[in-house]
Design a protein around this ligand. Structure first.
Ligand SMILES: Nc1ncnc2c1ncn2[C@@H]1O[C@H](COP(=O)(O)OP(=O)(O)OP(=O)(O)O)[C@@H](O)[C@H]1O
Ligand SMILES: [Mg+2]
Length: 350
């Protein structure tokens, strides 16, 4: 029966997929687990309490890294196992690390060596290298995309000039198409660049009511062109939030533009804010009575480049979610085909 914590510790120790040896201040073996017995051929009961140097008499103890760790406190990583202890069969599949064991005062009272399969270390190293490569590639892509803006601005300028110079004829149509596509490209670049620095934002205390009122004013003109009715409801002033107001404005604009796209002319949009002091949150609900979404669209709407629109980039909701996540909030969607969509943004109060 395994009862005491010490018994359990012993079991765990022997089942670890690592070879472990611990020596005390005098260089005597204090712990020697099963895995190391299998690797070296020494039985635990024969080595416990014996001088470690007896196990390595065929090695020059001056060069033994475990003894060096004991003498100097210096730790070694990624060694060949033979630098610590001789294995049954020379093996490149294992690597050894040594560690100094220190008391509360920082004095070295022993030393430990761990022998672990080399594969795992290699896997870890490969994963780190891959992540670094991806980070560098991401940075290069960001720089390159940033640089694309300069020639694009020049091309857009000349296209505008040509549009003014060429009279109303069929060629002007081509220029209009070029101009529209350039705008599309510019938006893609802006969205990408914003996305490339998701952590960056400058937060100040702001009122969610004011933010939503400003956004409603911004889209008022667009709405009146299509006879869309915006119902803004901001009952009492909810508690202030700490946020990057520019980024939040972008989120609400994205959501409202989606609602406009889903609404038929003369449709209705409902904007509402509220606060819950007890829960420490503010809520913005944006509801449209538009075409709604089926399950497949709902499942994909936050994925980058997912769009059901001819001229959509499919980045609006992806970026909005990133921004809200960065603010410690959440976005919830409820939608029904042909009935409409309700988007609820929840944010923590300041
Ligand atoms: N209120 C809504 N009603 C119906 N469908 C919606 C609504 N909001 C989002 N969607 C669906 O989710 C998709 C993704 O939205 P998202 O805002 O990310 O991209 P988009 O609007 O297509 O393009 P853009 O990048 O220009 O915003 C939309 O194409 C649309 O199918
Ligand atoms: Mg959108």
């Amino acid at each position: 029966m395994v009862e005491s914590p010490v018994d359990w510790l012993q079991l765990v120790f022997n089942h670890l997929p690592l070879g472990i040896i611990v020596i005390d201040r005098r260089g005597h073996v204090r712990l020697f687990n099963n895995r190391l017995s299998m690797l070296t051929g020494y039985q635990e009961e024969r080595v416990l309490g014996k001088p470690f140097s007896d196990l390595i008499n065929n090695l020059d103890s001056d060069y033994n890294k475990l003894l060096q760790t004991l003498a100097t406190g210096k730790e070694y990583q990624n060694l060949k196992p033979e630098s610590v202890i001789l294995l049954n069969a020379p093996s490149s599949d294992f690597r050894a690390n040594t560690y100094a064991i220190k008391d509360k005062g920082g004095a070295t009272v022993g030393a430990m060596a761990l022998l672990e399969p080399a594969g795992r270390q290699q896997e870890l190293e490969n994963a780190v290298i891959k992540a670094e490569k991806l980070a560098i590639l991401g940075q290069l892509a960001t720089e390159m995309i940033h640089e694309l803006r300069n020639p694009l601005t020049a091309i857009s300028g000349f296209v505008q000039l040509l549009q003014q110079k060429i009279g109303r004829n069929s060629e002007l149509e081509y220029l209009d198409i070029i101009s529209d596509e350039l705008k599309h490209l510019n938006r893609l670049i802006s969205d990408f660049l914003l996305q490339a620095k998701p952590g960056y934002c400058s937060r100040t205390q702001c009122s969610i009511n004011k933010l939503l009122t400003d956004v409603a004013a911004l889209v008022e003109c667009e709405a009146s062109l299509r006879n869309l009715k915006i119902n803004l409801e901001t009952p009492e002033d909810p508690p202030p939030i700490k946020a990057d107001s520019g980024q939040l404005r972008q989120v609400f604009l994205n959501i409202i533009r989606n609602a406009f796209d889903a609404l038929p002319d003369e449709g209705q949009l409902f904007l509402q804010c509220s606060g819950d002091k007890q829960l420490g949150i503010v809520r913005v609900v944006i509801r449209d009575t538009g075409k709604g979404m089926d399950g497949q669209i709902m499942a994909n709407m936050f994925k980058p480049f997912f769009t059901t629109k001819e001229s959509g980039t499919g980045l609006g909701m992806f970026i909005s979610k990133k921004i809200i996540d960065n603010h410690g909030g959440s976005i919830d969607i409820q939608s029904e085909p042909a009935r409409g969509t309700t988007v609820t943004v929840t944010l923590p109060v300041a």
